[in-house]
Design a protein around this ligand. Sequence first.
Ligand code: FE2
Length: 420
Amino acid sequence: MINQTIMNQIGCDKYTEHRQELIAAFKEVRQQTLNLTSTLSAEDMQIQSMPDASPTKWHMAHTSWFFEAFILAKFQSGFSWHDPMYHKLYNSYYNALGEPFSRAKRGMITRPSVDEIRDYRENINARMTTLLTECRDAQFKEIAPLLVIGLNHEQQHQELILTDIKHALFQNPTYPAVFPHDGARETQPDQRWLAVEGGEVSIGYAGDGFCFDNELPRHRVLLDDFEISNRLITNAEWLEFMQDGGYEKPLLWLSDGWAWKNENQAKAPFYWVHEDDEWQAFSLAGLRSIKPNEPVTHINYYEADAYARWTGCRLPTEQEWEHAATLLSAKDADEVLCLSQGLSQGLRWEWTSSAYLPYPGFCPAIGNVGEYNGKFMINQMILRGASGATQCGHSRFSYRNFFGPSARWQFSGVRLVRLD
Ligand SMILES: [Fe+2]
């Protein structure tokens, strides 16, 4: 766990002198994927419950393919594919590497089996460990940046394994409890508004360690003063919105949101089930009563936006969120913890009102890995923070998560900013 955290804090000029820690981080991250999936059956791992969610088995293979395609294929002497067919099946969206298999049909890949995918993982682990251990320093210097991207990539998929399997398990009428806990059951403190001074502020990653290309370049923006809530919106507050007819008032909704709501007959957050005269929510630990003081979860951008309008407040922009988190974390006060716990402890990904766009002067990562982020900068909204399903040490204040405005299956919540 220690190595997983520090891998993002080492500057790339120091990768060579930290070779052993990076090899240890590789082993830890790879093992963590297996740990997360240890309570799943082969049937659980096969299913794809919607086009946006991938089978666990596919995530396990794809994260291995990433190391094979971006590192072993380039740097291993005498390289050959573990299985040439895997190169097509487990390429997600890297068109420069060949035509990927249909995303919506990943659940149809019944062969290779889960056991064969486990063998694939072991094969990649062994070849990677040999390469990382035996290569010369000059080569390690070239490999290490791709290794760190690959490890952060696998951590992103670890969160997706949880969000995707939650969606799949929810389709079961038995609401199975497959994990010991949901990792997301925290009470919220009393509401307070935290004043944040605006001005000309810098946004984007500023440290020496790892960040994704979409967090750069650091640049200046002009912000007015604003006030941000010390906590996330709770289930109790969301229930008030529902009881006030929030889902039935067209003036609260964006046009696309209203169409989405009608088409999907949305009346409550995703995974909420009205049973036994009360609202319950499906979690990775099964169906449970709604706890009033916990942050509301699994709402999409349209719902977050409508809720904010109902309160007379608004969602933060991503620049306001990052500036507030950075500024308040530098102060030594209890109130600061309320805001930064969304990041350091992981509560919910927080919707912002910002579209996912390139920062001025954005340069995609060099090489084929340049397809990682940049090409998705269209039709998506930014979420900031982290969730209970985010791996420890993976996120940071400049981290930009992104999903389409109708996406509800991520662990997403709402934090408000006051208008004046
Ligand atoms: Fe991926």
